[in-house]
Design a binder for this molecule. Structure first.
Ligand SMILES: [Zn+2]
Length: 397
């Protein structure tokens, strides 16, 4: 009994120690297993990472579970794969070991639709509504452009709605609506129409011109520049008053004619300003110096021949003039001379060139008499927005 008791007494601490040993051993095994598992078997990379098609560069931090890991992408995706919807493998080196995971390239972005603008078409013509309209998508694959022109009655003059729809391979859809004006061109050509155009503004004179136009209840077209950004706000005022704001040039320097790229960079910049102040871009433009300018010869041979074609291809219409007020021949050209020149023709439709700059005070003074002349002779005053008349000069370079 005594022995047994002693043995029993003796066993107790022994059992406790064993339990501790077992706990420590189990803890050690778990820790080692954990360390071994995470170092050798488990990937330190996230799985099923999704990236939007068109992403240009993969970022390693998007793929590692812990961005404190020293990691780099060993085999990423090619430019083509970055645009192709589907699963692709990439290899990432983490702490000296290579791991492979899959990336899912997805497309949730809508395609972009550019060049949709109001159209004027001739009665009984067969218009190509897609001319000048282009689509672009972030992902590879075809973008389908469809035009819903069911509402347009080509045999009846009027204004009709039309909708463009671009659908990418992933099914994302962008749509945009505009108006088609069906006109009887032959009849229109016999109508008396005058287009008042003001180049180079906005300027300190813009509000004075706007006041005159408002007084006579007529509208004009402003071919704007960014030469005086302090007056940009007048673009909005002119637009809100029903006038048409169109692109002339951002810098108005003839050096924009040194290349097609230089020209379009400048055009894009003024278009962005117009969009900011009027809420829309304009499909109409006027070249600095007109399409007939010869100043561009100093910068690039044949540039106007190229640009006049380029702009039409891009869906723009360029507009010159068929009557010059001659206010660009100098500052302070006498009012009487401007009025005489601005009213010196009997054509049925006229596009008059005038200027809106701080120095052209006499243009502002001549404007009421010019307007009164055309009112007296029953001309309609129109803007060049969506105009059926096109004024093109002979290209000289
Ligand atoms: Zn100009």
């Amino acid at each position: 009994m005594e022995n047994k008791y002693n043995l029993h007494e003796y066993k107790r601490p022994h059992n406790t120690r064993n339990i501790i040993i077992v706990i420590v051993a189990v803890a050690l095994i778990i820790t080692c297993g954990y360390v071994i598992y995470f170092n050798f078997f488990s990937s330190p990379l996230k799985s099923g990472v999704e990236i939007e098609a068109g992403t240009t560069k993969l970022k390693v931090k998007d793929f590692v579970k812990n961005d404190k890991y020293k990691a780099s992408i060993k085999n990423g995706l090619t430019a083509k794969q970055l645009q192709t919807v589907g699963e692709h493998n990439i290899t990432v080196t983490v702490k000296g070991h290579d791991y492979t995971t899959t990336v899912k390239v997805v497309d949730h972005t809508k395609p972009t639709l550019t060049g949709v603008s109001a159209l004027t078409v001739d009665l009984n013509s067969k218009p190509d509504y897609t001319k000048g309209v282009s689509v672009k998508d972030n992902a590879a694959g075809k973008v389908k452009l469809t035009v819903d022109s069911k509402a347009v009655k080509l045999n009846k003059a009027g204004t009709y709605p039309i909708t463009y729809k671009a659908k990418d391979a992933a099914g994302n859809v962008t749509s945009e609506s505009t108006k088609v004006k069906v006109v009887d061109l032959e009849k229109l050509m016999k109508e008396k129409v005058v287009y008042l155009t003001f180049d180079d503004g906005p300027s300190q004179n813009t509000p004075k011109i706007l006041k005159i136009l408002k007084k006579y209840k007529v509208k004009g077209t402003f071919f704007v520049t960014a030469q005086e950004p302090g007056y940009f706000k007048y673009m909005k005022q002119a637009h809100d008053q029903g006038n048409f704001i169109a692109a002339h040039s951002y810098t108005h320097k003839f050096s924009i004619y040194r290349s097609e790229k230089a020209y379009f960079d400048d055009l894009d910049k003024i278009e962005a300003v117009i969009k900011k102040y009027t809420g829309k871009t304009s499909p109409v433009l006027r070249f600095p110096g007109g399409s007939s300018n010869t100043a561009s010869r100093h910068f690039a041979n044949g540039i106007m021949t190229k640009l006049t074609k380029d702009v039409l291809k891009k869906g723009y219409q360029y507009v010159d003039w068929n009557l010059d007020s001659t206010d660009a021949s100098g500052n302070n050209v006498p009012v009487a001379k401007l009025v005489a020149n601005g009213t010196s023709t009997y054509s049925n439709n006229l596009c008059i060139l005038m200027h809106d700059t701080g120095a052209k005070h006499t243009t502002v003074k001549a404007l009421p008499a010019i307007i009164e002349y055309y009112k007296k002779h029953h001309y309609k005053f129109e803007t060049l927005e969506n105009s059926p008349h096109v004024y093109h000069h002979h290209v000289n370079n």
